[in-house]
Design a protein. Structure first.
Length: 454
Protein backbone atom coordinates (compact mmCIF):
# COMPACT_ATOMS: atom_id res chain seq x y z
CA UNK A 1 0.00 0.00 0.00
CA UNK A 2 2.79 2.44 0.84
CA UNK A 3 4.57 1.65 -2.43
CA UNK A 4 1.36 2.32 -4.37
CA UNK A 5 0.69 5.58 -2.52
CA UNK A 6 4.22 6.75 -3.38
CA UNK A 7 3.80 5.69 -7.01
CA UNK A 8 0.47 7.54 -7.24
CA UNK A 9 2.09 10.72 -5.89
CA UNK A 10 4.71 10.52 -8.62
CA UNK A 11 2.29 9.85 -11.45
CA UNK A 12 0.14 13.00 -11.62
CA UNK A 13 0.91 13.28 -15.33
CA UNK A 14 -1.13 10.13 -16.03
CA UNK A 15 -4.24 11.70 -14.46
CA UNK A 16 -5.36 8.16 -13.56
CA UNK A 17 -6.48 8.84 -9.98
CA UNK A 18 -9.02 11.65 -9.61
CA UNK A 19 -9.36 11.33 -5.84
CA UNK A 20 -6.81 9.84 -3.42
CA UNK A 21 -7.78 8.27 -0.11
CA UNK A 22 -4.39 7.71 1.61
CA UNK A 23 -5.80 7.80 5.15
CA UNK A 24 -8.43 5.26 4.32
CA UNK A 25 -5.77 3.14 2.57
CA UNK A 26 -3.48 3.12 5.61
CA UNK A 27 -6.32 2.27 8.01
CA UNK A 28 -7.50 -0.53 5.77
CA UNK A 29 -3.95 -1.84 5.30
CA UNK A 30 -3.46 -1.90 9.09
CA UNK A 31 -6.73 -3.79 9.51
CA UNK A 32 -5.63 -6.22 6.80
CA UNK A 33 -2.34 -6.73 8.60
CA UNK A 34 -4.17 -7.62 11.79
CA UNK A 35 -6.40 -9.98 9.88
CA UNK A 36 -3.43 -11.72 8.28
CA UNK A 37 -1.78 -12.12 11.69
CA UNK A 38 -5.01 -13.55 13.07
CA UNK A 39 -4.99 -16.16 10.27
CA UNK A 40 -8.24 -14.83 8.84
CA UNK A 41 -7.03 -13.60 5.44
CA UNK A 42 -8.46 -14.15 1.95
CA UNK A 43 -6.38 -13.87 -1.23
CA UNK A 44 -7.57 -10.24 -1.50
CA UNK A 45 -6.61 -9.21 2.04
CA UNK A 46 -4.19 -6.28 2.00
CA UNK A 47 -4.33 -5.91 -1.81
CA UNK A 48 -4.35 -2.19 -2.74
CA UNK A 49 -6.96 -1.40 -5.40
CA UNK A 50 -8.07 1.54 -7.48
CA UNK A 51 -11.83 2.00 -7.86
CA UNK A 52 -13.43 3.45 -10.98
CA UNK A 53 -15.24 6.69 -10.15
CA UNK A 54 -18.60 5.16 -11.16
CA UNK A 55 -18.69 2.98 -8.00
CA UNK A 56 -20.29 4.58 -4.95
CA UNK A 57 -17.92 4.42 -2.00
CA UNK A 58 -19.38 5.72 1.25
CA UNK A 59 -18.11 9.18 2.13
CA UNK A 60 -15.80 9.42 -0.89
CA UNK A 61 -16.58 11.67 -3.89
CA UNK A 62 -18.20 9.46 -6.54
CA UNK A 63 -19.00 11.49 -9.65
CA UNK A 64 -18.71 9.12 -12.61
CA UNK A 65 -16.37 11.88 -13.88
CA UNK A 66 -19.31 14.23 -14.37
CA UNK A 67 -19.60 17.85 -13.30
CA UNK A 68 -23.25 17.25 -12.49
CA UNK A 69 -22.28 15.04 -9.53
CA UNK A 70 -19.87 17.59 -8.07
CA UNK A 71 -20.08 17.47 -4.29
CA UNK A 72 -21.85 14.08 -4.18
CA UNK A 73 -20.51 11.82 -1.46
CA UNK A 74 -22.67 8.71 -1.28
CA UNK A 75 -24.03 7.59 2.06
CA UNK A 76 -23.97 4.02 0.87
CA UNK A 77 -21.46 1.54 -0.49
CA UNK A 78 -21.78 -0.31 -3.80
CA UNK A 79 -22.13 -4.08 -3.38
CA UNK A 80 -18.93 -4.65 -5.39
CA UNK A 81 -16.78 -2.42 -3.20
CA UNK A 82 -18.43 -3.75 -0.03
CA UNK A 83 -17.57 -7.29 -1.15
CA UNK A 84 -13.97 -6.23 -1.85
CA UNK A 85 -13.57 -4.50 1.53
CA UNK A 86 -15.12 -7.52 3.28
CA UNK A 87 -12.44 -9.65 1.61
CA UNK A 88 -9.80 -7.30 3.06
CA UNK A 89 -8.86 -5.28 -0.03
CA UNK A 90 -7.49 -1.75 0.41
CA UNK A 91 -8.95 1.40 -1.17
CA UNK A 92 -6.33 3.70 -2.76
CA UNK A 93 -8.73 6.13 -4.43
CA UNK A 94 -11.10 6.82 -7.32
CA UNK A 95 -10.05 6.37 -10.93
CA UNK A 96 -10.63 8.51 -14.00
CA UNK A 97 -13.13 7.44 -16.67
CA UNK A 98 -15.32 8.84 -19.42
CA UNK A 99 -18.28 10.85 -18.13
CA UNK A 100 -20.97 8.36 -17.07
CA UNK A 101 -18.84 5.71 -18.83
CA UNK A 102 -19.74 7.10 -22.26
CA UNK A 103 -16.72 7.00 -24.52
CA UNK A 104 -13.77 5.02 -25.78
CA UNK A 105 -10.85 7.37 -25.12
CA UNK A 106 -11.39 8.75 -21.59
CA UNK A 107 -11.73 12.16 -23.27
CA UNK A 108 -15.23 12.96 -22.00
CA UNK A 109 -14.14 13.05 -18.33
CA UNK A 110 -14.74 16.28 -16.38
CA UNK A 111 -11.22 15.75 -15.00
CA UNK A 112 -9.60 15.69 -18.45
CA UNK A 113 -8.26 12.51 -20.04
CA UNK A 114 -6.22 9.83 -18.32
CA UNK A 115 -2.97 9.17 -20.18
CA UNK A 116 -1.67 5.80 -21.36
CA UNK A 117 1.69 4.94 -19.74
CA UNK A 118 2.72 3.51 -23.16
CA UNK A 119 4.15 6.12 -25.51
CA UNK A 120 5.30 6.43 -29.10
CA UNK A 121 7.77 9.24 -29.86
CA UNK A 122 6.65 11.15 -26.76
CA UNK A 123 3.11 11.45 -28.11
CA UNK A 124 0.43 11.04 -25.46
CA UNK A 125 -1.84 8.10 -26.24
CA UNK A 126 -5.30 7.34 -24.92
CA UNK A 127 -5.54 4.52 -22.38
CA UNK A 128 -8.93 3.76 -23.96
CA UNK A 129 -12.30 4.22 -22.33
CA UNK A 130 -14.39 4.35 -20.50
CA UNK A 131 -12.29 2.65 -17.78
CA UNK A 132 -9.17 4.54 -18.91
CA UNK A 133 -7.99 5.54 -15.44
CA UNK A 134 -8.30 1.93 -14.24
CA UNK A 135 -6.25 0.64 -17.18
CA UNK A 136 -3.57 3.35 -16.89
CA UNK A 137 -3.24 2.82 -13.12
CA UNK A 138 -2.84 -0.96 -13.38
CA UNK A 139 -0.44 -0.74 -16.35
CA UNK A 140 1.70 1.89 -14.55
CA UNK A 141 1.83 -0.12 -11.28
CA UNK A 142 -0.07 2.51 -9.29
CA UNK A 143 -2.28 -0.24 -7.88
CA UNK A 144 -2.26 -4.04 -8.00
CA UNK A 145 -5.65 -4.18 -9.71
CA UNK A 146 -8.69 -2.01 -10.36
CA UNK A 147 -12.42 -2.24 -10.85
CA UNK A 148 -13.97 -1.38 -14.18
CA UNK A 149 -17.40 -1.41 -15.77
CA UNK A 150 -18.24 -2.57 -19.26
CA UNK A 151 -21.41 -1.53 -21.10
CA UNK A 152 -20.07 -1.92 -24.62
CA UNK A 153 -16.37 -2.65 -24.12
CA UNK A 154 -15.18 -0.30 -21.39
CA UNK A 155 -13.21 -2.95 -19.51
CA UNK A 156 -11.85 -4.87 -22.50
CA UNK A 157 -10.85 -2.02 -24.83
CA UNK A 158 -8.77 -0.08 -22.25
CA UNK A 159 -7.21 -3.37 -21.12
CA UNK A 160 -6.17 -4.02 -24.74
CA UNK A 161 -4.78 -0.47 -25.14
CA UNK A 162 -2.60 -0.74 -22.02
CA UNK A 163 -1.50 -4.39 -22.14
CA UNK A 164 -3.43 -5.68 -19.12
CA UNK A 165 -6.16 -8.27 -18.53
CA UNK A 166 -9.81 -7.13 -18.41
CA UNK A 167 -12.80 -9.37 -17.70
CA UNK A 168 -16.44 -8.53 -18.37
CA UNK A 169 -18.51 -11.10 -16.48
CA UNK A 170 -21.86 -12.53 -17.57
CA UNK A 171 -24.68 -10.02 -17.12
CA UNK A 172 -26.02 -10.59 -13.61
CA UNK A 173 -22.86 -12.20 -12.20
CA UNK A 174 -21.71 -9.02 -10.42
CA UNK A 175 -24.18 -6.75 -8.65
CA UNK A 176 -24.93 -3.35 -10.18
CA UNK A 177 -26.20 -1.99 -6.87
CA UNK A 178 -24.43 1.29 -6.07
CA UNK A 179 -22.80 1.50 -9.50
CA UNK A 180 -23.89 4.76 -11.17
CA UNK A 181 -26.00 3.53 -14.08
CA UNK A 182 -25.29 4.10 -17.76
CA UNK A 183 -27.40 1.48 -19.61
CA UNK A 184 -28.86 -0.91 -17.07
CA UNK A 185 -29.46 -3.91 -19.34
CA UNK A 186 -25.84 -3.82 -20.55
CA UNK A 187 -23.75 -2.56 -17.59
CA UNK A 188 -21.56 -5.08 -15.83
CA UNK A 189 -18.63 -4.55 -13.46
CA UNK A 190 -15.46 -6.62 -13.57
CA UNK A 191 -11.77 -6.82 -12.65
CA UNK A 192 -8.86 -5.16 -14.49
CA UNK A 193 -5.65 -6.91 -13.51
CA UNK A 194 -2.09 -7.72 -14.51
CA UNK A 195 -2.69 -11.46 -14.96
CA UNK A 196 -5.46 -13.94 -15.70
CA UNK A 197 -4.98 -15.51 -12.26
CA UNK A 198 -5.49 -12.12 -10.58
CA UNK A 199 -8.69 -11.69 -12.60
CA UNK A 200 -9.95 -15.06 -11.36
CA UNK A 201 -9.21 -14.18 -7.73
CA UNK A 202 -10.69 -10.68 -7.95
CA UNK A 203 -13.85 -11.79 -9.80
CA UNK A 204 -14.45 -14.28 -6.99
CA UNK A 205 -14.34 -11.41 -4.50
CA UNK A 206 -16.49 -9.00 -6.56
CA UNK A 207 -19.25 -11.42 -7.55
CA UNK A 208 -22.20 -12.24 -5.32
CA UNK A 209 -25.89 -13.02 -5.36
CA UNK A 210 -27.44 -9.69 -4.38
CA UNK A 211 -31.09 -9.24 -3.45
CA UNK A 212 -30.59 -5.47 -3.88
CA UNK A 213 -30.09 -5.89 -7.65
CA UNK A 214 -33.14 -7.50 -9.28
CA UNK A 215 -30.98 -8.62 -12.23
CA UNK A 216 -28.39 -10.29 -10.01
CA UNK A 217 -28.31 -13.96 -10.98
CA UNK A 218 -29.10 -16.61 -8.43
CA UNK A 219 -25.95 -18.67 -9.10
CA UNK A 220 -23.49 -19.49 -6.33
CA UNK A 221 -20.02 -17.98 -6.90
CA UNK A 222 -17.58 -20.80 -7.74
CA UNK A 223 -13.85 -20.88 -6.97
CA UNK A 224 -12.57 -19.35 -10.22
CA UNK A 225 -8.93 -19.88 -9.35
CA UNK A 226 -9.51 -23.63 -9.00
CA UNK A 227 -10.66 -23.71 -12.65
CA UNK A 228 -7.20 -22.58 -13.83
CA UNK A 229 -5.69 -25.90 -14.84
CA UNK A 230 -4.30 -24.69 -18.18
CA UNK A 231 -5.74 -27.85 -19.74
CA UNK A 232 -7.88 -27.05 -22.79
CA UNK A 233 -7.30 -30.28 -24.70
CA UNK A 234 -10.28 -31.22 -26.84
CA UNK A 235 -11.98 -27.82 -26.40
CA UNK A 236 -13.52 -26.27 -29.50
CA UNK A 237 -12.69 -22.62 -30.19
CA UNK A 238 -14.84 -20.74 -32.68
CA UNK A 239 -13.31 -18.08 -34.94
CA UNK A 240 -16.20 -15.96 -36.24
CA UNK A 241 -15.75 -15.03 -39.88
CA UNK A 242 -17.89 -11.87 -39.57
CA UNK A 243 -15.26 -10.30 -37.29
CA UNK A 244 -12.84 -10.22 -40.20
CA UNK A 245 -13.91 -6.67 -41.05
CA UNK A 246 -12.81 -4.66 -44.08
CA UNK A 247 -9.66 -2.69 -43.57
CA UNK A 248 -8.55 -4.63 -40.52
CA UNK A 249 -4.86 -3.79 -39.93
CA UNK A 250 -2.39 -6.57 -40.79
CA UNK A 251 -1.04 -6.51 -37.19
CA UNK A 252 -4.43 -7.39 -35.77
CA UNK A 253 -5.00 -10.12 -38.32
CA UNK A 254 -1.57 -11.63 -37.55
CA UNK A 255 -2.24 -11.45 -33.81
CA UNK A 256 -5.56 -13.22 -34.24
CA UNK A 257 -3.82 -16.05 -36.14
CA UNK A 258 -1.12 -16.21 -33.45
CA UNK A 259 -3.81 -16.57 -30.76
CA UNK A 260 -5.49 -19.38 -32.69
CA UNK A 261 -2.10 -21.13 -33.01
CA UNK A 262 -1.48 -20.83 -29.25
CA UNK A 263 -4.84 -22.42 -28.49
CA UNK A 264 -4.31 -25.14 -31.11
CA UNK A 265 -0.83 -25.91 -29.73
CA UNK A 266 -2.47 -26.38 -26.32
CA UNK A 267 -4.69 -29.08 -27.79
CA UNK A 268 -7.85 -27.17 -28.73
CA UNK A 269 -9.59 -27.47 -32.05
CA UNK A 270 -10.07 -24.24 -34.04
CA UNK A 271 -13.42 -24.07 -35.82
CA UNK A 272 -14.63 -21.53 -38.38
CA UNK A 273 -18.03 -20.24 -37.21
CA UNK A 274 -20.62 -17.72 -38.36
CA UNK A 275 -22.35 -15.07 -36.24
CA UNK A 276 -24.43 -13.64 -39.09
CA UNK A 277 -26.00 -10.66 -37.31
CA UNK A 278 -22.70 -9.17 -36.14
CA UNK A 279 -22.89 -6.24 -38.55
CA UNK A 280 -26.06 -4.96 -36.92
CA UNK A 281 -24.59 -4.93 -33.40
CA UNK A 282 -23.10 -1.42 -33.42
CA UNK A 283 -26.25 0.35 -34.67
CA UNK A 284 -28.41 -1.66 -32.24
CA UNK A 285 -26.08 -0.84 -29.35
CA UNK A 286 -26.04 2.87 -30.19
CA UNK A 287 -29.84 2.90 -30.01
CA UNK A 288 -30.33 0.78 -26.88
CA UNK A 289 -27.49 2.27 -24.79
CA UNK A 290 -28.51 5.94 -25.29
CA UNK A 291 -32.20 5.02 -24.78
CA UNK A 292 -31.46 3.53 -21.37
CA UNK A 293 -29.01 6.33 -20.58
CA UNK A 294 -31.59 9.03 -21.28
CA UNK A 295 -33.88 7.37 -18.76
CA UNK A 296 -31.16 6.73 -16.14
CA UNK A 297 -29.83 10.28 -16.37
CA UNK A 298 -33.25 11.88 -15.86
CA UNK A 299 -32.59 11.81 -12.11
CA UNK A 300 -29.88 14.49 -12.35
CA UNK A 301 -32.16 17.49 -12.03
CA UNK A 302 -30.40 19.78 -9.58
CA UNK A 303 -32.54 18.57 -6.67
CA UNK A 304 -31.48 15.11 -5.60
CA UNK A 305 -27.75 14.80 -6.29
CA UNK A 306 -24.68 16.91 -6.66
CA UNK A 307 -24.67 20.21 -8.41
CA UNK A 308 -27.35 22.83 -9.02
CA UNK A 309 -26.82 25.69 -11.45
CA UNK A 310 -26.84 29.27 -10.14
CA UNK A 311 -30.28 30.60 -10.92
CA UNK A 312 -31.32 34.06 -12.01
CA UNK A 313 -34.11 36.18 -10.67
CA UNK A 314 -37.45 34.89 -11.85
CA UNK A 315 -36.07 31.47 -12.74
CA UNK A 316 -38.46 28.65 -11.94
CA UNK A 317 -38.12 24.91 -11.73
CA UNK A 318 -37.89 24.48 -15.52
CA UNK A 319 -34.97 26.90 -15.71
CA UNK A 320 -33.32 25.05 -12.81
CA UNK A 321 -33.52 21.73 -14.69
CA UNK A 322 -32.39 23.25 -17.95
CA UNK A 323 -29.47 25.23 -16.58
CA UNK A 324 -28.29 22.45 -14.27
CA UNK A 325 -28.30 19.85 -17.03
CA UNK A 326 -26.85 22.20 -19.65
CA UNK A 327 -23.81 23.04 -17.52
CA UNK A 328 -23.57 19.73 -15.65
CA UNK A 329 -23.48 17.33 -18.60
CA UNK A 330 -20.66 17.39 -21.17
CA UNK A 331 -21.31 17.32 -24.94
CA UNK A 332 -21.12 13.52 -25.37
CA UNK A 333 -23.60 12.91 -22.55
CA UNK A 334 -25.97 15.54 -23.96
CA UNK A 335 -25.71 13.89 -27.38
CA UNK A 336 -26.64 10.50 -25.91
CA UNK A 337 -29.57 11.93 -23.95
CA UNK A 338 -30.89 13.50 -27.14
CA UNK A 339 -30.45 10.31 -29.19
CA UNK A 340 -32.05 8.26 -26.42
CA UNK A 341 -35.02 10.56 -26.00
CA UNK A 342 -35.53 10.60 -29.76
CA UNK A 343 -35.50 6.81 -30.25
CA UNK A 344 -37.91 6.38 -27.33
CA UNK A 345 -40.34 9.07 -28.47
CA UNK A 346 -43.83 7.94 -29.51
CA UNK A 347 -43.38 8.48 -33.26
CA UNK A 348 -40.03 6.68 -33.54
CA UNK A 349 -40.15 3.99 -30.88
CA UNK A 350 -41.07 1.17 -33.25
CA UNK A 351 -38.69 2.24 -35.98
CA UNK A 352 -35.64 2.47 -33.73
CA UNK A 353 -35.89 1.15 -30.18
CA UNK A 354 -38.14 -1.84 -30.87
CA UNK A 355 -36.20 -2.71 -34.00
CA UNK A 356 -32.91 -2.56 -32.06
CA UNK A 357 -34.36 -4.89 -29.42
CA UNK A 358 -35.28 -7.42 -32.10
CA UNK A 359 -31.77 -7.22 -33.56
CA UNK A 360 -30.40 -7.76 -30.06
CA UNK A 361 -32.39 -11.00 -29.79
CA UNK A 362 -30.97 -12.19 -33.12
CA UNK A 363 -27.41 -11.43 -32.02
CA UNK A 364 -27.97 -13.42 -28.85
CA UNK A 365 -29.40 -16.28 -30.90
CA UNK A 366 -26.24 -16.37 -33.07
CA UNK A 367 -24.13 -16.97 -29.96
CA UNK A 368 -26.61 -19.46 -28.47
CA UNK A 369 -26.44 -21.47 -31.67
CA UNK A 370 -22.62 -21.51 -31.70
CA UNK A 371 -22.52 -22.75 -28.10
CA UNK A 372 -25.28 -25.30 -28.79
CA UNK A 373 -23.13 -26.60 -31.66
CA UNK A 374 -20.43 -27.48 -29.14
CA UNK A 375 -18.22 -24.37 -29.26
CA UNK A 376 -16.54 -23.79 -25.86
CA UNK A 377 -15.14 -20.32 -26.47
CA UNK A 378 -14.94 -17.76 -29.26
CA UNK A 379 -11.70 -16.00 -30.23
CA UNK A 380 -11.71 -12.50 -31.75
CA UNK A 381 -9.68 -9.30 -31.67
CA UNK A 382 -10.54 -6.90 -28.82
CA UNK A 383 -10.11 -3.69 -30.82
CA UNK A 384 -9.60 -2.74 -34.47
CA UNK A 385 -6.36 -0.87 -33.64
CA UNK A 386 -3.76 -0.23 -30.95
CA UNK A 387 -4.05 2.85 -28.68
CA UNK A 388 -4.39 6.07 -30.69
CA UNK A 389 -3.08 9.55 -29.81
CA UNK A 390 -5.13 11.63 -27.39
CA UNK A 391 -7.03 14.33 -29.22
CA UNK A 392 -7.01 12.47 -32.54
CA UNK A 393 -10.73 11.65 -32.63
CA UNK A 394 -12.65 14.07 -34.81
CA UNK A 395 -15.11 15.74 -32.41
CA UNK A 396 -17.43 16.61 -35.28
CA UNK A 397 -17.78 12.93 -36.20
CA UNK A 398 -18.78 10.95 -33.08
CA UNK A 399 -19.47 7.83 -35.15
CA UNK A 400 -15.70 7.52 -35.71
CA UNK A 401 -15.30 6.83 -31.98
CA UNK A 402 -18.28 4.46 -31.93
CA UNK A 403 -16.57 2.27 -34.55
CA UNK A 404 -13.94 1.37 -31.94
CA UNK A 405 -16.53 -0.79 -30.23
CA UNK A 406 -17.18 -3.06 -33.21
CA UNK A 407 -15.78 -6.23 -31.56
CA UNK A 408 -16.93 -5.59 -28.00
CA UNK A 409 -20.60 -4.52 -28.00
CA UNK A 410 -21.91 -7.87 -29.29
CA UNK A 411 -21.20 -9.57 -25.94
CA UNK A 412 -22.98 -6.91 -23.92
CA UNK A 413 -26.03 -7.22 -26.16
CA UNK A 414 -25.96 -11.01 -25.62
CA UNK A 415 -25.07 -10.75 -21.89
CA UNK A 416 -22.04 -13.04 -22.33
CA UNK A 417 -18.72 -13.04 -20.46
CA UNK A 418 -15.59 -11.88 -22.31
CA UNK A 419 -11.96 -11.43 -21.42
CA UNK A 420 -9.29 -9.29 -23.05
CA UNK A 421 -5.77 -10.68 -22.81
CA UNK A 422 -2.57 -8.96 -24.00
CA UNK A 423 -1.08 -11.23 -26.66
CA UNK A 424 1.34 -9.17 -28.72
CA UNK A 425 2.49 -5.80 -30.00
CA UNK A 426 2.05 -3.78 -33.15
CA UNK A 427 4.90 -2.52 -35.35
CA UNK A 428 5.39 0.46 -33.01
CA UNK A 429 5.67 -1.77 -29.95
CA UNK A 430 2.23 -0.92 -28.55
CA UNK A 431 0.26 -3.67 -26.82
CA UNK A 432 -2.47 -5.52 -28.70
CA UNK A 433 -5.06 -7.79 -27.16
CA UNK A 434 -7.29 -10.66 -28.11
CA UNK A 435 -10.69 -11.40 -26.70
CA UNK A 436 -12.25 -14.69 -25.69
CA UNK A 437 -16.01 -15.06 -25.27
CA UNK A 438 -17.43 -17.77 -23.03
CA UNK A 439 -20.68 -19.47 -22.18
CA UNK A 440 -22.93 -17.67 -19.71
CA UNK A 441 -21.82 -18.09 -16.07
CA UNK A 442 -18.80 -20.17 -17.09
CA UNK A 443 -16.19 -17.55 -16.27
CA UNK A 444 -13.97 -20.27 -14.76
CA UNK A 445 -13.74 -22.07 -18.08
CA UNK A 446 -13.25 -18.76 -19.92
CA UNK A 447 -10.39 -17.77 -17.60
CA UNK A 448 -8.82 -21.18 -18.11
CA UNK A 449 -8.79 -20.66 -21.89
CA UNK A 450 -7.35 -17.16 -21.37
CA UNK A 451 -4.48 -18.62 -19.34
CA UNK A 452 -3.23 -20.27 -22.54
CA UNK A 453 -3.04 -16.90 -24.35
CA UNK A 454 -1.08 -15.20 -21.57
N1 LIG B 1 -17.57 3.07 -25.93
C1 LIG B 1 -18.86 2.57 -25.59
C2 LIG B 1 -19.80 3.71 -25.32
O1 LIG B 1 -19.37 4.80 -25.36
C3 LIG B 1 -18.78 1.63 -24.43
C4 LIG B 1 -18.66 2.32 -23.13
C5 LIG B 1 -18.79 1.37 -21.97
O2 LIG B 1 -18.63 0.16 -22.10
N2 LIG B 1 -19.13 1.93 -20.83
O3 LIG B 1 -20.95 3.53 -25.08
Amino acid sequence: TEACLTAIDGADALNAFVHHTPDMARDMAAAADARIKAGDATAMTGIPLGIKDVFCVRGVPSQAASRILQGFRPEYESTVTRNLWNAGAVMLGKLNQDEFAMGSANESSCYGPAVNPWKVDDRHLTPGGSSGGSAAAVAADLCLAATGTDTGGSIRQPAAFTGIVGLKPTYGRVSRWGVIAYASSLDQAGPMTKTVRDAAIMLGAMASVDPQDSTSADHPVPDYEAALTGDIRGKRIGVPREYRVDGMPADIDALWRKGADMLRDAGAEIVDISLPHTKYALPAYYVIAPAEASSNLARYDGVRYGRRARLGQGDGITEMYEKTRAEGFGPEVQRRVMIGTYVLSAGFYDAYYNRARKVRALIKRDFDKAFADGIDAILAPTTPSAAFPLGSLDQSDPVQAYLNDVFTVTLNLAGLPGIAVPVGQDAQGLPLGLQLVGRPFEEGDLLNHALVLE
